[in-house]
Design a protein around this ligand. Structure first.
Ligand SMILES: Nc1ncnc2c1ncn2[C@@H]1O[C@H](COP(=O)(O)OP(=O)(O)OP(=O)(O)O)[C@@H](O)[C@H]1O
Ligand SMILES: [Mg+2]
Length: 242
């Protein structure tokens, strides 16, 4: 069943550079899609347009049959930004994670318990009372993810979720994401994560869809990957001969 549809979406920043160029695709409920592409190919712009954080210059986005109002945040999609600092605005970690549920009217004590549980799932429970600005990059990434997961979005948009993580945290987050039933659209340079998580891969190249295929598909095609500025994932690289 189609949950999300993008029809001829384009995005031109004020620099007149075309960041997204006539993008159309549909997403079924529960799909796990990785969006891959070189630097500047439009991955972050695509996620932010779907989340209505930025207005598309043309085209329409439909969620559950409803055309989204440009620039008006739809509550069904939750986004974790590439730069977590962009989404923090409370003084301490737990307050930031609990912000959404507090706003919905939950009592502070209950909200704090849920926030700590969510952080603990991401091995970040001990950060609850720390000020956000004093966290490391990987700690911020986990907190940002917790603050979105706690809202249980129907469509989870993650921009480079493993970029700042140490190997163990990366492994844990991949396992956690695999267990989530919601629809996931994940922009990343972590092609090995895509091999583990994705049911489908959308390759972007210079703001256009270069390929949209079931995983792993073209992730094993070195010639195609190089043509759009990517390299084979380590999991597909040829082993050196002894
Ligand atoms: N706020 C902005 N104003 C003007 N141009 C922008 C803005 N944000 C992004 N761009 C441009 O739009 C294009 C797509 O950028 P985007 O951030 O979506 O790429 P990306 O695929 O996420 O790259 P990366 O892998 O580096 O995160 C780039 O050429 C970028 O320079
Ligand atoms: Mg990006």
């Amino acid at each position: 069943m189609t949950q999300l549809a993008l029809n001829h979406i384009s995005c031109v920043y004020d620099t007149s550079l075309v960041s997204l160029d006539d993008i159309s695709f549909t997403v079924d409920k529960g799909e796990s899609i990785c969006v891959l592409g070189a630097n500047g190919s439009g991955k972050s712009t695509l996620l932010q347009v779907i989340a209505s954080c930025i207005k598309a210059s043309g085209g329409e986005i439909i969620i559950d049959g409803v055309v989204q109002k440009p620039g008006v945040n739809n509550r069904k999609a939750g986004i974790v930004f590439q730069e977590p600092d962009n989404q923090f605005f409370m003084p301490t970690v737990w307050e930031d994670v609990a912000f959404g549920i507090l706003k919905k009217g939950m009592k502070p004590e209950e909200a704090r318990t849920l926030a700590i549980n969510e952080l603990t799932n991401l091995e970040a429970g001990e950060l609850a009372d720390r000020p956000l600005y004093k966290l490391s990059g990987g700690e911020k990434q986990r907190v940002a993810l917790a603050s979105i997961l706690i809202m249980k979005p129907e469509i989870l948009l993650l921009d480079e979720p493993t970029a700042a993580l140490d190997p163990r945290a990366r492994k844990n987050i991949i396992a956690l994401l695999k267990n989530l039933d919601c629809t996931k659209i994940i922009a990343s340079h972590d092609l090995d994560m895509a091999l583990e998580i994705a049911s489908r891969i959308l390759f972007l190249h210079k703001g256009k869809i270069a390929a949209d295929c079931p995983a792993p598909g073209l992730l094993r095609d070195e010639g195609f990957l190089q043509s759009i500025g990517l390299e084979l994932p380590l999991g597909c690289a040829k082993k050196p001969t002894a």
